[in-house]
Design a protein around this ligand. Structure first.
Ligand code: NI
Length: 309
């Protein structure tokens, strides 16, 4: 059974946030929802991601890699990430998860909210590493733009303390982007870790069923623990934003300057060999609207990606 089974041209979202939930999101920086995708869809999604893992989809384009691997691509990944899996699995275009996520993003960010990025993360059974504390906005390559963004994080297995559920620091969404660095201070590692002033003891753990989700603001500090369980733990994350606007005040994200992760090097090579044309087409196909602000942002980002040594 493919995801075509769930094709729903004309289906309406099944999740509508209450005023209290919207208020809670803006106050605390995160929200938990018990069901955003039905169990049948979750089973299909698990198969899709296992297939992408097996075929190493996107590896040569720098779109599949170990977030904490330090460039040792031959070793077994401890925290595997697939960027924009929709590029390699068209059946992901039509899911209840996506329909509901878009509706939620519009409720929280406004009607102009649109998808800009998505990813899947695998924490292998018994060995899956934690995702270090971070704010998603710190991953943005262009600090001179203003971002309003959120991530919708859906586990494909129940998210528990044992297998590495999401943890959030309430209210951290009201802070600026804090200092980050490469995990373990190793620029060959893709993952960032926040080295700013915050107290992990303030964290709230979010236990949710498979097909539930957590939603977090781009500045909410978050972390997910190690997978000690006997089952792999997949999460599928859809990210939405408003068109980035140029900031009046300059700022710097110095943690990007020294990055030498193997995936970024593969991606740069691929973009230089013409991949930027494919990348542009995929963005249009993913429904990323190209208004003026977003176009300026992407041109700047592409120029930087191509020009780095
Ligand atoms: Ni994150």
């Amino acid at each position: 059974m493919g995801l075509d089974f769930f094709c729903f041209g004309g289906y309406l979202p099944t999740v509508v946030l209450s005023k209290e939930q919207i208020q809670s999101f803006h106050t605390n920086g995160f929200l938990t929802i018990e069901a955003i995708s039905p169990p049948e869809e979750i089973a299909v999604l698990r198969d899709v991601f296992e297939r992408l893992l097996k075929t190493r989809a996107g590896f040569n384009e720098g779109a599949q890699f170990d977030l904490v691997g330090g460039g040792e691509e031959s070793s077994v990944p401890k925290l595997l990430q697939i960027l924009n899996p929709i590029n390699y699995a068209p059946e992901l275009r039509n899911t209840f998860f996506r329909i509901n996520a878009i509706a939620i993003a519009k409720q929280l960010l406004g009607e102009e909210a649109s998808p800009f990025f998505e990813h899947a993360i695998l924490k292998p059974a018994r060995s899956g590493r934690p995702m270090p504390w971070h704010q998603d906005e710190a991953y943005r390559f262009e600090p001179d733009f203003e971002y309003k963004q959120l991530g919708i994080w859906m586990p494909l297995q129940p998210a528990t303390l044992e297998n590495g559920c999401m943890h959030y620091i309430p209210g951290s969404n009201h802070r600026e982007v804090l200092p980050h660095r490469s995990a373990n201070n190793d620029p060959k590692i893709h993952a960032l870790e926040c080295c700013g002033d915050f107290n992990p003891a303030d964290a709230v753990a979010c236990l949710i069923p498979a097909g539930g989700c957590t939603i977090h603001d781009g500045r909410t500090l978050h972390y997910s623990g190690q997978n000690h369980s006997d089952a792999p733990r997949w999460a599928y994350i859809l990210d939405f934003d408003l068109p980035p606007a140029r900031r009046t005040e300059k700022r710097d994200f110095p943690w990007h300057h020294e990055k030498q992760s193997a995936d970024l090097i593969r991606k740069r090579e691929w973009l230089r060999k013409g991949g930027f044309i494919v990348e542009s087409w995929r963005m249009i196909r993913r429904g990323v609207p190209m208004n003026r602000g977003r176009l300026a942002y992407f041109m700047r980002r592409l120029g930087r990606a191509l020009s780095k040594r």
